[in-house]
Design a protein around this ligand. Structure first.
Ligand SMILES: [Fe+2]
Length: 442
């Protein structure tokens, strides 16, 4: 969207300080490193985020997607690159992203980046994914050989046991929710329309070994709310809130719905089965889009008892946390550890990283320190490791005083060690959303 006249001091949080977009696409090699990069880290740390090319967007969620990446190899940092995702929305820089919702290719492509079946995909929840090269050039929209005709969530799940990619798309017109299952080789093999009462913002979902679990929560589509919140979403607890359990190869008729108290969850940490119970750990907010100041998300556990037909809800921690990640080899399986960004009071930026040990009800914290702001930390398993927490956390961190950004590598087994290695970047990396480690042979 074109930028209106706004005094710098009146800019919204997501357009100033280190949330401000950067405009230059940089390629830099021979990066300076402090400390020692683990030699087993061979691949690329890619992260997506909104970076409005005009300098303006009406909400943090709506800026044009830009990918930042660092390639690591054999203890060296080979390169840093940042590139816009070049979608038809990017090409039409004055377009209204809300009007663009009617065109599956007019994506901001700004939310996540994953790999599956040999493809690197930039994702945003209202459109098709966009395929990128390993050097971050945009190849184009990917509709699974013509089979995907709904949007694709930015939070698909890769099953570590089958290699399948499970995901959904939500829409503002029926079908409001559609489930998709993609084989390990990348073929879209199942699509099912799922009945929900209305159009809501469904940011994420859950999988276990046998089920997918929908979160139908009261963030209701409402264009009238655009003027208030910058997004056409309204908090409406009268919509109710429910979790829907469906066999992974099942259909709408198989979904069992469980009512829960109204709340909002952008991001679950993980879900798994224990007997006939399903355990789901989530960063739960009391509401969303309900006030100018968003309610904080905190770690909660839901336990669905499929025999009793009940859901219990337990708060596990009282700190403001978001961007939960885990060892991806345990997606849908029982996890012990979760890694989250401990958020600042002033906005969605990490002041610390917290490792939860859910077996011992304990946590470990790495404080970034004054003037240092991080984004989501991604867990990368040590290929030679065996324990769940054998690996590293990688995150982009901004140092306010220096005005520069770094890729920080932490020891996931012991966060108290701080940064094992810091890759000093030649460009500022604005705050963003989600990223992935793309291994050498993906
Ligand atoms: Fe997200």
């Amino acid at each position: 969207m074109n930028k209106p006249e706004v005094m710098p001091e009146n800019l919204p949080f997501y357009l100033k300080d280190n949330f401000a977009p950067t405009f230059e696409e940089v390629t830099a090699t021979e990066l300076k490193v402090t400390g020692e990069i683990p030699r087993a880290l061979n691949g690329r740390m890619l992260r997506n985020g909104p970076n409005p090319q005009t300098g303006w967007s009406s909400h943090w969620f709506l800026g044009d997607g830009m990918i930042h990446g660092v390639e690591l190899e054999d203890g060296k940092a080979n390169w840093y690159r940042n590139r816009y995702v070049r979608t038809p929305l990017f090409a039409d820089s004055g377009a209204d992203p809300i009007e663009a919702i009617m065109d599956l290719q007019k994506s901001a492509a700004n939310t996540h980046i994953i790999h599956h079946a040999g493809k690197i995909l930039a994702l945003e929840e209202a459109h098709l994914p966009f395929a990128l090269t390993p050097e971050l050039e945009t190849e184009g929209p990917w509709d699974f050989a013509g089979k995907l005709n709904t949007p694709m969530t930015a939070h698909p799940k890769t099953c570590p046991e089958t290699g399948e990619l499970l995901f959904f798309g939500y829409g503002i017109f029926p079908p409001y929710l559609t489930y998709h299952r993609v084989s390990a080789s990348g073929e879209l093999v199942q699509s099912e329309e799922i009945t929900v009462p209305g159009a809501t913002m469904i940011h994420d979902f859950n999988i276990t070994r046998n089920y997918v679990i929908w979160m139908d929560l009261p963030a209701v589509w409402d264009v009238e709310n655009m003027a208030d919140s910058g997004l056409p979403i309204k908090w409406d607890p009268s919509y109710g809130a429910r979790l829907g359990v469906m066999p992974r190869e099942g259909c709408d008729a198989d979904v069992v719905w469980y009512e829960i108290d109204p709340c909002y969850v952008f991001h679950p940490l993980n879900a798994y089965e224990e007997g006939n119970q399903i355990v789901i750990d989530v960063c739960r907010k009391a509401n969303v889009m309900a006030a100018r100041v968003e309610s904080p998300a905190m770690l909660y556990r839901w336990v669905i008892d499929q025999d009793k037909g009940t859901v219990t809800e337990t708060q596990l921690d009282d700190r403001s946390t978001e961007f939960p990640r885990l060892n991806d080899s345990l997606v849908g399986l029982k996890h012990r550890y979760g890694y989250v960004a401990g958020l600042s009071d002033v906005g969605p930026l990490a002041e610390r990283y917290i490792k939860f040990d859910l077996a011992n009800d304990s946590s470990q914290v790495f404080e970034l320190g004054a003037g240092r702001e991080g984004s989501e930390a991604v867990f990368v398993a040590d290929p030679d490791g065996s324990a769940e927490d054998d690996g590293w956390l990688l995150s982009y961190v901004f140092d306010k005083a220096a005005g520069t950004s770094e890729l920080v590598i932490m020891d996931a087994a012991d966060l108290s060690r701080g940064a094992l290695a810091t890759v000093h970047l030649p460009a500022r990396v604005p705050m963003g959303f989600h990223g992935s480690w793309i291994p050498e042979n993906y």
